[in-house]
Write a protein that binds this ligand. Structure first.
Ligand SMILES: *[C@@H]1O[C@H](CO)[C@@H](O)[C@H](O)[C@H]1NC(C)=O
Ligand SMILES: *[C@@H]1O[C@H](CO)[C@@H](O)[C@H](O)[C@H]1NC(C)=O
Ligand SMILES: *[C@@H]1O[C@H](CO)[C@@H](O)[C@H](O)[C@H]1NC(C)=O
Ligand SMILES: *[C@@H]1O[C@H](CO)[C@@H](O)[C@H](O)[C@H]1NC(C)=O
Ligand SMILES: *[C@@H]1O[C@H](CO)[C@@H](O)[C@H](O)[C@H]1NC(C)=O
Ligand SMILES: *[C@@H]1O[C@H](CO)[C@@H](O)[C@H](O)[C@H]1NC(C)=O
Ligand SMILES: *[C@@H]1O[C@H](CO)[C@@H](O)[C@H](O)[C@H]1NC(C)=O
Length: 515
């Protein structure tokens, strides 16, 4: 044993020590770089409990603070879409002031079920005044009910809210109306008979969109329609365009194609491995399928967004959607989508949902199994929020960033570069290899060297995570957002990176480098 030779030690050293990865980076944007919107990371809110997000008599300060942290990084607030399943269960009523909801009983799989019926009055839409100044919105209108009078009532109430002094003074702007949520599921969820097909959908849509466009005073400028909003590929943008939707009178007001994407579904529970989300190939598999639709939208001069998305449908899965691993997933998923030409992603949020970026009110039931929480848990930030912070830091506040994915010879480490005005500004690396509470031994790390740039040093901030399956305790650049009012806690910590030597990156971590 005394003469343990180099030949034996060397391979052990290579296996246990840091693997080296060379990454080519260009100092000017390569031809494939895509412009990225300041609002790339936006939010979708389940319509039933909208007043809980905004506040009713005064603004919900937790919501405002959480949104403001994100907005300050890009200079522009995230867009907000209000709608989703409850959009097709909402009626406007002249006798309701704000809203009146009927909820089914909670259970362990769905601790916070959506309301089955929602009646709203004019004040409901006027709560938009409590969002950050400069927020652009999309509002859902009921197609499920197939009732023109109700759809027009909703449109009129929305238009009235956005032309009110309070909302105008707040500088909250209505961009889009979306008529119907996930109509490709109507024949499964009882909103239409079995066999409901895409041609019936297009005629139903046109029949309601016509009067709605009049009620909302649509013209070549101003409010437009968000089209499609399909759950999957049951109905497709190609089909509705081939059926002539864009040539119909209201269809001329469609400016944006929206599709929805979740990587899995927890509607009936189930056990989802977190590691399947911390996977470069899964992230790409769930996004590249939209390439033909992105190209089609672009051919027709339409914007293309994921108008509702998040990790796992039906409010997320415990142990995945609510974990630190999901924060890394958010970064890679959002930036991958942007590199494919998806202009915005609206991360879906609802009170008590497991995949939220934050919970804006007290919760008295566990989001993971519905058991009572006494005293209630105050409003709080969830891990996915840090993903949003890193994405927005990466995009920056120039409003003209271009991004490109970097080629990295590791199946679970991804990276992107951001350019402004033709100059390399930032790079981000996400190490999706999972380090779990159950992991043993030495935590693996890699050393990344950047080639092709002349700078000798750069500054960096790390997203530090103890374990991928932790549900709290994340730190970005020395700071936590897990505070009672969503304000950052802790002094900013940056490090200087010697670009000649490269830098290390732990498994289950991310690093954001500024040049
Ligand atoms: C929210 O913040 C505003 C401005 O800081 C403050 O005036 C108001 O009292 C706060 N509201 C609540 C409910 O704490
Ligand atoms: C359509 O909606 C209007 C307004 O809410 C309501 O009065 C009417 O009864 C509805 N029609 C049907 C067929 O349900
Ligand atoms: C859709 O359903 C209607 C009514 O059943 C039928 O007339 C039509 O041919 C169907 N269209 C397609 C494309 O299947
Ligand atoms: C990447 O992650 C996926 C999901 O955990 C896993 O199946 C795959 O083996 C990982 N690849 C490597 C090289 O670790
Ligand atoms: C989407 O992601 C899930 C979970 O990560 C994965 O199981 C699934 O295979 C992915 N789908 C595609 C089409 O790649
Ligand atoms: C939680 O609060 C709601 C609304 O106040 C109440 O209806 C419900 O009974 C409470 N649940 C528990 C478990 O305390
Ligand atoms: C990497 O992980 C190890 C083990 O958890 C930890 O001691 C170290 O501080 C981490 N490095 C960084 C840069 O976060």
């Amino acid at each position: 044993m005394v003469h343990l030779s180099w030949r034996i030690l060397l391979p052990l050293f290579i296996i246990q020590g840091a693997t080296s990865i060379d990454v080519a980076l260009q100092s000017e944007p390569p031809s494939g770089a895509k412009s990225v919107a300041s609002t790339l990371l936006s939010f979708s809110i389940e319509q039933d409990r909208w007043p809980d997000w905004t506040g009713v008599d005064s603004p919900n300060n937790f919501t405002l603070n959480a949104l403001r942290n994100l907005a300050q990084l890009t200079g522009v607030p995230s867009k907000i879409r209000v709608g989703a399943n409850s959009e097709d269960h909402t009626v406007w009523s002249p006798t309701v002031t704000i809203n009146s909801d009927k909820f089914p009983a909670p259970n362990s799989i769905t601790p916070y079920p959506e309301a089955t019926s929602i009646s709203v009055g004019d004040s409901y839409y006027q709560l938009s005044k409590f969002l950050l100044p400069g927020t652009h919105m999309t509002w859902g209108i009921n197609l499920g009910l197939n009732n023109i009078t109700n759809a027009v009532n909703m449109a009129k109430s929305i238009a009235k809210a956005f032309s009110s002094d309070a909302v105008k003074k707040a500088n909250v702007i209505l961009d889009l109306l979306e008529i119907g949520n996930e109509a490709d599921l109507y024949s499964n969820n009882g909103l239409r008979p079995k066999g409901y097909n895409v041609s019936q959908y297009v005629s139903d849509w046109e029949a309601i969109a016509g009067p709605v466009s009049t009620a909302a005073a649509m013209s070549t400028t101003g409010v437009k329609f968000q089209g499609a909003a399909f759950a999957g590929q049951g109905f497709t943008p190609t089909q509705i365009i081939n059926l002539g939707i864009l040539n119909s009178a209201p269809g001329k007001f469609i400016s944006t194609i929206s599709q929805h994407r979740y990587s899995a579904a927890f509607c009936n529970g189930g056990d989802f491995p977190l590691t399947s989300f911390m996977s470069k190939s899964s992230v790409r598999g769930n996004l590249t399928l939209w390439k033909p639709d992105i190209a089609l939208a672009s051919q027709h001069g339409l914007r293309y967004v994921l108008g509702e998305t998040n990790s796992i449908a039906c409010h997320g899965a415990p142990g995945v959607s609510n974990t630190a691993g999901a924060a890394l997933w958010v970064i890679d998923y959002t930036l991958q989508a942007a590199s494919l030409g998806i202009q915005e992603l609206f991360f879906h949020e609802g009170i008590g949902f497991k995949y939220n970026f934050f919970q804006p009110i007290n919760l008295n039931r566990s989001i993971t199994d519905g058991t009572a929480i006494d005293p209630p848990q105050p409003p709080h930030i969830m891990p996915a929020y840090y993903g949003g912070i890193l994405v927005n830091t990466f995009i920056g506040s120039s409003s003209n960033a271009q991004i490109i994915e970097l080629s990295i010879s590791d199946s679970n480490i991804s990276g992107y570069a951001a350019y402004e005005g033709g100059v390399l500004k930032r790079a981000i690396f996400i190490n999706l290899h999972s380090w779990l509470q159950s992991s043993t031994g030495t935590r693996p790390s890699v050393t990344i060297s950047l080639n092709g740039i002349s700078a000798s040093s750069a500054t960096a901030k790390r997203l530090v995570i103890q374990h991928a399956d932790d549900t709290s305790g994340l730190i970005f650049g020395g700071q936590s957002f897990e505070t009672s009012d969503a304000s950052a806690k802790g002094s900013v910590v940056t490090e200087t990176i010697d670009l000649q030597k490269g830098f290390s990156l732990n498994s289950t971590a991310a690093i954001l480098i500024s040049f």
